[in-house]
Design a protein around this ligand. Structure first.
Ligand code: TYD
Ligand code: MG
Length: 461
């Protein structure tokens, strides 16, 4: 019998682009040196492997085209996860048959969140498949969470064929996979975590979810650059992408919707990591307020866009008389040249005597901000420190500052204002030129309008 040929292809480990030959630079994402050869079909007879959601052929009925008017409208059935924040980011609950990807850096709390959800869904059978931790480790975690559910089943397995066999037997209402990068399918020979494996395993799970109506959570690790490790392809396949983020050394965590076929993407859930698991933070303003029990001069909150997501960030500055000759200027997380420019604007247009002062500027949390919308927060912070006059902690800023001391419009002001409102701020200062066509009343926050630096000073000091 003639041996079937082993079929291989090259995959970009950054974006998942497939190519028949090796290339130095990915034609899709333009990253260099990211192609790795992977076996896509090892050529073996597949008849020995039970065909469970592994192939398209023969399983799907072919569909006929329909007029929109003839398509029945159905409301998606949703399962409440007993977690207010998660329900919100999913768009009021978990849709039957949906595939939800939860991404985040290692150690951020993805497994904790999912186990907590599994244990809270007491009236649904939940199968928690872990390729990362042993059953004992999961039990220990559950004990730490002080939760138990008779209907939560734990499986330590990484082979998708075996997982589907267990699914046939236990018939879960909800399936959790921790993590997609540990899975491997017998149909592809490359190692677990490689682009083709991740893609094929996710495709099998997608077919399973759609054909049985079972919602599936996939946990996925994120690379340090912030994208889901390798496979961007996953983002296209799944219905919902959630990102779990935060500083591992701080206790607050943010769950964001990046993509959602069943709801809005501007949702945000906030948690606090405690010794007994994640606690929902239903009043988010407590996060930013709590760090500032006493009001200190030099601290302000600005808004920045991270990709297409708004983020509120703390700006801290310290302005003090230069002790030794030439004043020092130092900034962390903010462009030093831009800081010098803003100092000059404050000096010339605002009449603030900064020329003889040491100035230190810091963006909290180790962020590096390039968005000019942070300008006004920086200026306000500098004035506040110079004048030793604290700014109320429920005000935030979203505007660029021009060379003439004018307050300029920024992109996506609506999103920024909504985010500030969501996070519990009471007032936001924006440019006069930014509010054309905006219905300011619809926001749950007072929008203050400024045209020049002088206006801002009158508004906040
Ligand atoms: P984990 O869920 O394992 O992260 P991931 O799956 O995203 O890699 O979270 C691990 C961290 O959470 C770990 O540093 C310990 C901490 N933790 C708590 O602080 N309290 C808890 O109740 C639990 C279970 C974990
Ligand atoms: Mg984990």
């Amino acid at each position: 019998m003639a041996k079937k040929k082993v079929k291989t292809a090259y995959f970009c480990q950054e974006c998942g682009h497939e190519s028949a030959k090796w290339m130095g630079k990915c034609s899709a994402c333009e990253e260099w040196n990211t192609y790795v050869e992977e076996v896509v079909d090892k050529g073996a007879e597949k008849s020995d492997v039970k065909k469970l959601w592994q192939t398209d052929t023969g399983r799907r009925q072919s569909n006929k085209p329909k007029k929109l008017a003839d398509i029945e409208k159905t409301d998606f059935a949703r399962i409440s996860t007993h977690d207010g924040e998660l329900n919100r980011v999913l768009g009021s609950g978990l849709v039957q048959g949906s595939l939800v990807l939860i991404g985040g850096e290692p150690g951020i709390g993805k497994s904790t969140l999912m186990l907590q959800v599994a244990l809270a869904l007491k009236d649904h059978t939940v199968l928690y498949v872990s390729g990362e931790e042993s059953e004992q480790q999961i039990k220990m975690r559950a004990e730490r969470l002080e939760a138990y559910s008779e209907n939560c089943l734990v499986l330590n397995e990484t082979n998708t064929q075996n997982i589907f066999i267990q699914i046939e037997q236990s018939k879960p209402d909800v399936l959790i996979i921790d993590s997609i990068q540990t899975l491997h399918t017998a149909h592809i020979e490359s190692s677990a975590g490689s682009v083709s494996q991740v893609r094929e395993c996710a495709a099998e799970l997608l077919r399973f979810a759609k054909e049985t109506g079972t919602p599936v959570f996939l946990i996925g690790h994120i690379t340090k650059e912030g994208s889901l490790a390798g496979p961007k392809v996953l983002e296209h396949m799944v219905d919902t992408v959630l990102q779990f983020e935060g500083d591992r050394h701080m206790s607050y965590r943010i769950l964001r919707t990046i993509k959602n076929r069943f709801g809005s993407t501007s949702e945000l859930g906030i948690y606090e990591m405690q010794s007994t698991g994640l606690r929902e933070v239903s009043n988010p303003s407590e996060i930013l307020m709590s760090q500032r029990d006493e009001v200190i001069g030099g601290i302000t909150i600005g808004t920045t866009m991270e990709g297409n997501r708004p983020l509120l960030i703390e700006v801290q500055s310290l302005v003090s008389i230069a002790a030794y000759g030439t004043p020092q200027r130092s900034s962390t997380g903010f462009d030093a040249k831009r800081l010098n420019m803003l100092l000059a604007v404050l000096e010339k247009r605002g009449g603030f005597r900064l020329g003889t002062q040491d100035v230190f500027l810091n963006i909290a949390g180790g962020f590096k901000i390039e968005d000019p919308a942070i300008d006004l927060a920086v200026c306000a912070s500098l004035i506040s420190s110079l004048e030793n006059s604290a700014i109320s902690s429920d005000i935030c800023f979203a505007a660029e500052v021009g060379l003439g001391g004018e307050i300029r419009a920024v992109q996506r002001i609506e999103q920024r204002i909504s985010e500030a409102a969501k996070l519990g701020f009471r007032q936001i200062v924006v440019s006069k030129y930014n509010i054309k066509g905006l219905d300011l009343k619809k926001f749950d926050i007072e929008v203050k309008i400024a045209k020049t630096l002088e206006d801002v000073i009158k508004l906040v000091f």
